[in-house]
Design a protein around this ligand. Structure first.
Ligand SMILES: Cc1cc2nc3c(=O)[nH]c(=O)nc-3n(C[C@H](O)[C@H](O)[C@H](O)COP(=O)(O)OP(=O)(O)OC[C@H]3O[C@@H](n4cnc5c(N)ncnc54)[C@H](O)[C@@H]3O)c2cc1C
Length: 299
């Protein structure tokens, strides 16, 4: 897929708006600071040879996430170490904003929901030149994305079956359209980042114990990065939780946590499902049906 900027905002998949009607307004409202907002992008879907398959609308918001913890409350145990989080316990009023390996989630739900890998790896890097081409290209079991980052540089990511080495990565995209092989040949693997694709599975039945502990962000619904919505969704959680608690006060905390759960859980889980589905589509190993379906998307 290639991303081409347009001025008009996309008519679908908009994140919740702030008081001024914009995502920027919402992010400023929750105290997220300076906001970069790239509105109304449309995305082209491209084949390895460079031919266009279809288009889809898209929108992207990027900003640092927000984390708060109740005074005198907290998580006990080695929650930062994946696999050892089972020993954690919570006391007091706790907002579990502790990411995909959340110790707070484990304390609330045990191992009924956990981190699941998808058998693919994404490699990420930055090329020291501009390509003039932005978007994602889908092939057989792998895909390659190129996005703008700043003048003179290009952000790229490549998803391949798990276990692929840096040399294997170059081989996997050999023969794909320009600038993909050029980007891989001309950037140093020492600067590449590797991430095993994973998400939270199965979806949680609740984001709260309904009394004084609540989960937000990846702790509640870690998703694959394919829609670029994980941090955006975490911010929406933070805003909704803050609003629910402010409206009911300390005495109404259980009701506020349940209201937050009603407002955010299913919505966030739908985004996670969409992101995982897009991952499956992009990395399909028998892509004929996928390619035919993508070709039917409205241009
Ligand atoms: C490759 C990749 C690309 C992505 N691209 C995008 C994108 O384009 N757009 C987007 O919106 N999202 C994107 N995301 C998702 C985004 O990074 C996450 O959804 C987001 O960081 C989740 O925020 P969080 O605060 O919930 O969790 P985290 O960012 O994981 O923060 C959790 C924090 O809790 C701390 N912590 C953990 N355990 C404990 C403990 N026991 N006690 C105290 N602190 C603890 C951690 O150190 C960490 O600082 C991407 C993710 C990946 C992997």
């Amino acid at each position: 897929m290639r991303r081409a900027r347009r001025r008009r905002p996309s008519p679908v998949r908009r994140p919740r708006r702030g008081r001024d009607g914009s995502s920027r307004g919402l992010l400023v409202q929750v105290g997220a600071g300076t906001v970069q907002h790239v509105p109304g992008e449309r995305v082209q879907i491209v084949q390895p040879c460079g031919g266009q398959r279809g288009r889809r609308p898209g929108e992207e918001v990027s900003e640092r996430a927000v984390q708060r913890e109740g005074e005198g409350a907290g998580v006990r145990g080695p929650g930062r170490q994946p696999g050892r989080a089972q020993q954690a316990s919570v006391r007091g009023e706790v907002v579990g904003a502790d990411g995909i390996h959340s110790a707070v989630r484990t304390a609330l739900f045990g191992s009924r929901s956990g981190v699941r890998t998808l058998g693919t790896t994404v490699w990420i890097g930055i090329a020291d030149f501009e390509t003039g081409v932005h978007g994602e290209t889908w092939g057989d079991g792998r895909f390659f994305g190129i996005t703008p980052v700043e003048p003179g540089r290009t952000n790229w990511y490549a998803t391949v079956p798990a276990g692929t080495t840096a040399d294997g990565l170059r081989a996997a995209f050999d023969g794909w359209h320009d600038p993909i092989p050029r980007i891989l040949a001309e950037t140093d693997p020492a600067g590449w980042i590797r991430y095993e694709m994973r998400h939270l599975h199965p979806a949680l039945p609740s984001c709260t114990d309904g009394r004084r502990t609540v989960l937000v962000g990846d702790a509640a619904h870690a998703m694959t990065p394919n829609l670029g919505q994980g941090a955006c969704t975490a911010l929406l959680d933070a805003e909704a939780l803050g609003r629910a608690v402010a409206a009911r006060g300390r005495a109404g905390l259980p009701a506020a946590l349940r209201a937050y759960d009603r407002e955010r859980r299913r919505s966030a889980q739908r985004v996670a499902f969409g992101s995982r589905t897009l991952h499956r589509f992009g990395s399909a190993r028998r892509p004929a049906l996928r390619d035919a379906l993508v070709g039917l998307l409205p241009g």
